[in-house]
Write a protein that binds this ligand. Structure first.
Ligand SMILES: [Zn+2]
Length: 284
């Protein structure tokens, strides 16, 4: 004991943000050893033990989600694992936000919020996708986002900042939140020099999100999640971005689905490996 499972990279007055790695935990190969994904065929008892170790270190229960490569964001509540790609801490949505500004039924509802206990810590699981965490500087509010290719092109970062953040009411904040109140933290993800995709996919991606494509180090078309995320953040007026600039495919401290697939010598999409997490925790 005593070894920290989380590298805390941002600590404000009310929120801290950090990331786990492969280090710690009890999972066996190919999930060694701090696998926090319950959907990757690791032993359920090992994943449960790892999640318990993490909650112990935080001294707080953690809200988890069943990520589906969409752009739905929900309030982080304890005791369920909803299908969504973003969890929000410390906020209740205003009632007038329930209709949604884009005519879709993605908005969290007051009814849903009342049924369960709001969490004070939430996790996003990744192994090449980008963990993006929005944290309020002086207010107890944060949002963890799962941003893979589909999430990026679906505009999960933009939709969160445009459609959800302004409707969030938080104790100590007068009106809704704005981008000026927030810091964005971009965690370890596969980089543009490593994330090869078919050329037609890259062409389509660039149409949907400017800046989301690049070239691999071997000069083939690629997706650049990190740059795409930065473009969405800046277009929404968020200027304070803390990016760890670490590539999961290259950095063996982290789980990487692509690296596992390459090592297994089989086609993309077949690699078995674990998931590390980005975490936000409220401190006040
Ligand atoms: Zn890379």
């Amino acid at each position: 004991m005593g070894m920290s499972l989380v590298e805390w990279v941002y600590e404000g007055s009310c929120v801290r943000v950090g990331f786990t790695s492969r280090v710690g935990g009890v999972s066996e190969p190919p999930y060694e050893s701090l696998n926090l994904g319950s959907h990757v065929c690791d032993k359920p008892a090992a994943v449960h033990a790892n999640r318990e170790l993490l909650a112990q270190e935080l001294a707080a229960p953690i809200a988890w989600m069943r990520q589906v490569h969409g752009s739905k964001v929900l309030p982080a509540l304890l005791g369920n694992e909803p299908a969504c790609d973003g969890l929000m801490l410390g906020s209740t949505m205003r009632r007038d936000a329930q209709s949604g500004s884009r005519g879709e039924s993605d908005m969290p509802t007051a009814v849903f919020t009342r049924m369960r206990t709001p969490a004070r810590a939430a996790a996003v699981m990744v192994a090449d996708c980008a963990p993006v965490i929005l944290a309020a500087r002086d207010i107890p509010w944060a949002c963890v986002l799962h941003v893979g290719r589909a999430g990026l092109l679906g505009g999960i970062v933009r939709r969160t900042l445009e459609d959800i953040v302004p409707h969030c009411t938080v104790e100590k904040s007068a009106g809704g939140l704005t981008s000026d109140d927030l810091v964005a933290v971009v965690g370890p993800c596969i980089c543009g020099a490593c994330y090869e995709v078919p050329e037609e996919m890259a062409v389509q991606a660039e149409k949907l999100q400017r800046g989301s494509t690049s070239l691999t180090s071997w000069a083939t078309p690629s997706i650049d999640l990190r740059t795409g995320v930065h473009v969405q953040l800046r277009e929404c007026g968020l200027s304070e971005i803390l990016d760890l600039n670490r590539c999961t495919f290259e950095d063996e401290r982290y789980f990487s689905h692509r690296r596992a697939t390459r090592e297994a010598g089989i086609g993309w999409g077949e690699g078995r490996t674990g998931r590390f997490v980005g975490i936000a925790q409220l401190l006040c």
